[in-house]
Design a protein around this ligand. Structure first.
Ligand code: CTP
Length: 444
């Protein structure tokens, strides 16, 4: 019996997939189809797969060509599968020509003609979501660069109240169209990425929602709790997604880290210590303008995200110890948050430096996430008995913003707010920052 194996994502199942499977089956007597898992696709940089694994498997099954369906979960699995299933022929479409020649060592490799004029990417790119940028800051270039990796979206529209000097370059580099007035801008888009100073934030968000546009706000969200409630109410009423652009929340490794910490592997979590410090130098004034404040406003969203994820929403008390500049802005702040059964600390600074790592301590062990923990791609679980220590590696591509953008698009398509950073979690993070802004601060 001649055994054939082929692999694919089979997202938004189309004619090209059907033909490929039909031709693959015709190569032998028994066809094994490997369908990629969501994690594996993310790992190999394939973001924005629309259909769930179950749907993709079901679609392959319904063709009737597959005698067996397996799941592809890791790099190098193809060799393992070929040996395990005693495969005679490995086949894929001609778009992969040459790529799998190394498998010739294990079986025959055949590249089948690809069906012309159709692909999952093309289908994803019809009915693209038009995403505009309200406000332009340094982060915008990174955002637009990363957006290139996410299919199903078109970024081109920009609306700015104040034109920064680098706007012209940005317009040229990313072929942007700057809209002179807000109405025309909203008419041209489905969703908006908002990066404006806190004093304009609430108005900008509400305006977008009134125009029924989905909203992604670059962190930090610095509105009052009442305003946040108004925002979420209007977003729900108008069927709009509301998301905070706090990139760590959407990265693959951070998700795994939360799951692992919550699994009980380190026992009960006793403390979380997460720092985020910078010495901004020349960019200090710009950062202060952008967040209308010092280090807590600028950076504490990150450690607060960790606190909320690992210790929950209900903290008992929060204290801030700040070193201020002449204008009374905190350049360095140590934060102490107490919970019923745990405690959390963080150093945040825009003019000061600490190790940017994170330690999650438990009564059975701890998790060490090296700096910069907010761009997590590697962490270790450590125990009293060193032999039990484990290292975990995940992919973190580019600036990490692509995961956030991909999640935003996915949420819009699924008509459901993100579960990776929920509205309640955004509220808790914003509340902690607001407490700093009204607190009687301890300074040193
Ligand atoms: N395929 C094909 N003809 C097409 C599209 C895909 O023969 N027009 C083949 C691929 O070469 C591969 C299999 O179908 O062997 C599964 O491909 P997959 O990557 O899932 O589909 P694409 O449409 O190429 O997806 P994407 O655009 O996301 O890369």
């Amino acid at each position: 019996m001649k055994k054939v194996i082929t692999y694919g994502t089979y997202d938004l199942f189309h004619e090209g997939h059907y033909n490929l499977l039909k031709n693959a089956k015709a190569l032998g007597d028994y066809l094994i189809v490997g369908v990629t898992s969501g994690d594996f696709d993310k790992n190999r940089g394939k973001l924005n797969v629309r259909d769930s694994l179950m749907t993709r498997i079901k679609n392959v099954e319904e063709t009737g060509f597959a005698d067996e369906i397996i799941i592809e979960e890791y790099f190098g699995q193809k060799i393992d599968d070929i040996k395990k299933y005693d495969v005679d022929i490995f086949t894929v479409g001609s778009d992969w020509k040459g790529h799998f020649d190394y498998l010739n060592e294990y079986c025959e490799v055949i590249y089948l003609d690809r069906t012309k004029g159709i692909s999952s990417t093309e289908i994803r790119n019809t009915n693209t979501i038009k995403l505009g940028c309200h406000g332009v800051e340094q982060v915008t270039a990174r955002f637009l660069e990363e957006a290139k990796y996410v299919s199903g979206m078109d970024t081109g529209a920009v609306y700015v109240e104040n034109k920064p000097d680098y706007l012209d370059k940005l317009v040229e580099d990313y072929e942007l169209k700057v809209y002179p007035d807000q109405e025309a801008f909203y008419d041209a888009i489905d969703a908006v990425y908002i990066v404006v100073e806190p004093k304009y934030q609430f108005q900008a968000i509400m305006n977008a929602l009134k125009h029924k546009k989905h909203v992604l706000v670059e962190f930090p969200i610095l509105v009052t709790d009442e305003q946040l409630q108004e925002i979420t109410y209007l977003a729900d009423a108008n069927g709009c997604i509301f998301m905070e652009g706090l990139k760590t929340a959407y990265t693959p490794a951070f998700g795994k880290l939360i799951a692992l910490a919550k699994s009980g592997i380190i026992g009960n979590i006793l403390s979380v210590d997460a720092n985020f410090t910078q010495i901004l130098g020349k960019q200090l004034a710009e950062q202060i303008r952008l967040v209308d404040g010092g280090s807590v406003n600028a950076l504490a969203s990150y450690p607060f995200l960790a606190f909320v994820k690992f210790l929950g929403l209900d903290y008992k008390d929060i204290q801030f110890f700040s070193r201020n500049d002449d204008q009374g802005l905190d350049m360095f702040t140590k934060i102490l948050v107490s919970y019923e059964n745990a405690v959390a600390t963080s150093n945040v600074a825009i003019s000061g430096k600490s190790e940017g790592d994170m330690i999650i301590s438990g009564d059975k062990g701890y998790i060490y996430v090296p700096a910069p923990w907010w761009k997590t791609e590697y962490f270790e679980v450590r125990f009293e008995d060193l032999n039990m220590n484990r290292k975990y590696f995940y992919k973190f591509d580019g600036e990490g913003l692509r995961y956030e953008i991909s999640e935003f698009i996915q949420c819009i398509l699924n008509k459901k707010n993100s579960i990776l950073l929920t509205i309640e979690e955004i509220r808790a993070i914003t509340k902690m920052i607001n407490q700093f802004n009204v607190a009687n601060k301890v300074t040193f």
